[in-house]
Design a protein around this ligand. Sequence first.
Ligand code: UDP
Length: 325
Amino acid sequence: MPTILVTGGAGYIGSHTRYFLQQRGYRVVVLDSLERGFREAVPNEILHVLDLRNTETIAMLLKTEKVDAAIHFAGYISVGESTKDPEKYFVNNVSGSLSLFEAMLHADVRKLVFSSTAAAYGVPDHVPIREDQPFAPINPYGESKVMVEKILGWMDKYQDFRSVRLRYFNACGAEPEAGLGERHDPETHLIPLLLTAVQTGKPITLFGDDYPTPDGTCIRDYIHVSDLAAAHIYAVEYLLNAGASDVFNVGTGVGASVKEVLEAVERVTGKPVPFTMGPRREGDPPSLVADSTKLQTKLGWKPQRAELDRIISDAWQFAQSLKTS
Ligand code: UDP
């Protein structure tokens, strides 16, 4: 079986993808700085603790491990933080990626799956969003991903460097049986924060109910992390089978408002969620829902755990295991 490098494999989506790659029989090499990832999310024997900027060391690793393709998750992911410290986002997400690509070229590894984002579309003209909508990011996080997508376009054209760019919508849920789930520090994402509010009794602040949506709160497309991980496996297999560079949205195609997510959390946990209504958060578009038809028809991917209650139930199981461990 081929060997796959996973950068950011100690992070949320990276750790789930690593798990499913190994389940499928791939050899996996994980590279993670552990700045924001968790050591225990990766089997020790495959973990290399390394910053992406160590180009030479990464090139050597790729050669000695005989890596066939890479899946590149490592990067900062918080919209809010990126509006406070844009430079940090460009250094880490853009320079870090370039260093990895340089190492890959040195080692003649020319297949890459890249974590991109729905934030690349900004406030979209049409919802559900298709891949051919133009780039229009409204925050530095989204812009940093767009920059890397564009770099990959040129590398495809002139350096035979093939990539699949996956534009994620809202990753959530967990794989509690594998001991994997969402653990950002600080946590900024809606579902884990709602679950923490249930556990602690401390209210969560909801960011605005004056959006042009039916209940006034923002609409997002929440996709189970394991379905998202599966999309990476379809993508890397497509590249290993000599597929051309391409871009795909990864979402369920169904949107849920912040209030609807809160109600689902109350249903699943059987407890009320304490909350206060706050102002809008900087950089939040009103509605982001994926049209993932292309991923379904071209690569044969299909979400298996699309229902919100199932997603939240997995996340809840994981959150409870953290509390008791
Ligand atoms: N949100 C909220 N309160 C929070 C965190 C998030 O109301 O404490 C809202 C946020 O404004 C957005 C939705 O929940 O409309 C999803 O946000 P999240 O940060 O989970 O993901 P993003 O959409 O930024 O990728």
